[in-house]
Design a protein around this ligand. Structure first.
Ligand code: 1HE
Length: 257
């Protein structure tokens, strides 16, 4: 299902999924959310990682507010669940996803960013949760994912007071793992995704699917899940070959870059 406001390009093994609705600051209407879900459910098998970007000066202005006016409670519930399906398709999809953040990362835009595995923010980035002042609530999984990045207290403050975090504050608070000069978020995100795509696919799978679940388990169960995952990943022929390559001096050492 192609959508005029969502472009998908392939840079080698990296799929670049770009919100392409800059006139509306990449606000997410229902069609765009469904297209995002479809995009992550139908990536070609040759894809090893993905980048999510937004065309224009802003990553994403969140929910398209023009669509909220007529919804009753039942429709609101289904709408929120539709966002959950789409962002779960991204977070628990086939490949790790790197977000290239710039300008506004607000409301549902921050919920989208939070579903990605790595966030790169350029210096123009700012984060807000204007739901609080618009009389609504997060509905795209933000109440689950954002506190895991920055803590409940910081998210509560953002929503109660309308506080806006700038790029540096956001990085310090845990909203992004990388802070880069203005205009360079996409290049950095693509470089990271290219690097990620070179990992053994089973390792990437374990990181995406097991790590967040282990973090939710009691320690005793977490250790068992870890042991199972570790055994499965290291038994793959690719793991054996990568370890042999290091022992024979054919693979790179760990180095600070
Ligand atoms: C929009 C939206 C939108 C812009 N829905 N149309 N999100 C918000 O509350 C954020 C609302 N947006 C803004 O605060 C600003 O637009 C920005 C800070 C993001 C960018 O400012 P600026 O000056 O670059 O652009 P603009 O002039 O405000 O907007 C340009 C156009 O985009 C304008 O339409 P136009 O027809 O007059 O040109 C805006 O109306 C339109 N636009 N943002 C609809 N969000 C799963 S639940 C999630 C809940 C939420 O996400 S709530 C947070 C919603």
């Amino acid at each position: 299902m192609s959508h005029p406001d969502l472009s998908i390009e392939h840079h080698g093994a990296v799929a670049v999924v770009r919100l392409n609705r800059p006139a509306k600051r990449n606000a997410l209407n229902d069609g765009l959310i469904l297209a995002l879900r479809e995009a992550f459910q139908s990536l070609p098998e040759t894809t090893g990682a993905a980048v999510v970007d937004g065309a224009g000066e802003h990553f994403c202005a969140g929910l398209d507010l023009s669509e909220i006016r007529e919804r009753d409670a039942g429709q609101g519930m289904r709408h929120s669940r539709m966002w959950h399906d789409a962002l779960n398709a991204l977070q628990f999809g086939p490949v790790p996803v790197v977000a290239a953040l710039h300008g506004a990362v607000v409301g549902g835009g921050l919920e989208l960013a939070a579903a990605c595995h790595v966030r790169v923010a350029d210096a123009s980035t700012f984060y807000a949760l204007p739901e609080g002042s618009r009389g609504i609530f997060v509905g795209g999984g933000g109440s689950v994912r954002i506190p895991r990045l920055m803590g409940v207290a910081r998210m509560t403050d953002m929503m109660l007071t309308g506080r806006v975090y700038d790029a540096a504050e956001g990085e310090r608070a845990g909203l992004a793992q990388y802070l880069v000069p203005e205009g360079t978020a996409f290049d950095k995100a693509l470089a990271l995704a290219t690097r990620i795509a070179q990992n053994a696919p089973l390792t990437n799978y374990a990181l995406m699917h097991a790590l967040p679940r282990i973090a939710e388990q009691p320690a005793d169960q977490g250790y068992l899940t870890e042991a199972l995952m570790s055994a499965i990943v290291q038994s793959a022929p690719e793991a054996k070959e990568r370890v042999r390559a290091f022992l024979e001096g054919r693979a790179g050492k760990v180095a600070k870059n």
